[in-house]
Design a protein around this ligand. Structure first.
Ligand SMILES: CC(C)(COP(=O)(O)OP(=O)(O)OC[C@H]1O[C@@H](n2cnc3c(N)ncnc32)[C@H](O)[C@@H]1OP(=O)(O)O)[C@@H](O)C(=O)NCCC(=O)NCCS
Length: 186
């Protein structure tokens, strides 16, 4: 597979690809000031420091207009925090399991609540079970724990579970999705 295409995914009229041109980020507005500022000012600095990688979702036929932006980094999860048991022989269990963390996610305001964010999450799930250089078992996120519970409901709707009850009253709640579910469910 050519290098350029390894980090791209096309599905149902949408294209997910890495952000390489900072101009794509300048006018992005998801309605959250902190997230907008991050994407407009800090995302590429984080990329240069090898900390995160930003992807954008656009309609396949459209110009480079980001409908959604998502920022990812490597992560790991401690096994003992899980109630369910991964399918590993007892002797081969690892104290930490590999994951990819959604560090930032925003859908452009006019496209919110139309299923775009969920479609993007599905594409990310596909990306990490089909085009991975390394093992990755979980997607993780620290979801905004706002009064309206919008972000938490969004992740729950997309199959994410809470990691613990201890962060119930914190500003963000740690959540995870087990990619193995996709393999088992086919
Ligand atoms: C949160 C966000 C990423 C969701 O993306 P989206 O494309 O709007 O979400 P979807 O249309 O795929 O919605 C899926 C589910 O999310 C929840 N949801 C979405 N919009 C919602 C809203 N305005 N209020 C409450 N729940 C909402 C619902 O459970 C919804 O399911 P339903 O359509 O059956 O009701 C997007 O609204 C956004 O960018 N918000 C601002 C930034 C932000 O909060 N990012 C998350 C940081 S953790």
């Amino acid at each position: 597979m050519p290098q350029k295409e390894r980090n791209e995914l096309v599905d149902s009229g949408w294209k997910l690809q890495k952000v390489t041109d900072e101009h794509i980020l300048f006018s992005f507005d998801c309605g959250d000031q902190d997230l907008n500022e991050y994407f407009q000012k800090d995302a590429l600095l984080h990329k240069k420091a090898l900390l995160t990688q930003t992807y954008y979702l656009k309609a396949t036929e459209e110009i480079d207009l980001p409908v959604a932006l998502i920022d990812l980094c490597n992560d790991s999860i401690r096994l003992k925090k899980f109630t369910q048991t991964p399918d590993l022989p007892e002797k081969k269990r690892y104290p930490f399991l590999p994951a990819v963390k959604i560090t930032r996610l925003g859908v452009s305001l006019p496209f919110q609540s139309l299923g775009v964010g969920s479609h993007l999450i599905n594409m990310i799930k596909q990306l990490f079970i089909t085009r991975n250089r390394t093992g990755c078992r979980f997607l993780t996120v620290d979801a905004y724990n706002n009064e309206d519970q919008k972000a938490i409901k969004f992740y729950q709707k997309n199959g994410f579970q809470h990691l613990s009850d201890k962060d119930k009253s914190k500003k963000t709640r740690a959540m995870f999705f087990d990619l193995m579910r996709l393999i088992k469910e086919g």
